[in-house]
Design a binder for this molecule. Sequence first.
Ligand SMILES: [Zn+2]
Length: 55
Amino acid sequence: MVSFKCKDIGMDCPFEAPAANVQELDNKIVKHAHDAHKIESLDKDMWMKIRKVEK
Ligand SMILES: [Zn+2]
């Protein structure tokens, strides 16, 4: 299992996502970023931050 917390990348957001693997987690993060933060696509810097806090 892996998980991601939006607040770990500095967002003021209670979103937490558990997933079976990183690929599934990435999909959830992309969807959340779009739905909750209106981010159309995550850039390289954003992914670097996300990679550091995914665990
Ligand atoms: Zn969020």
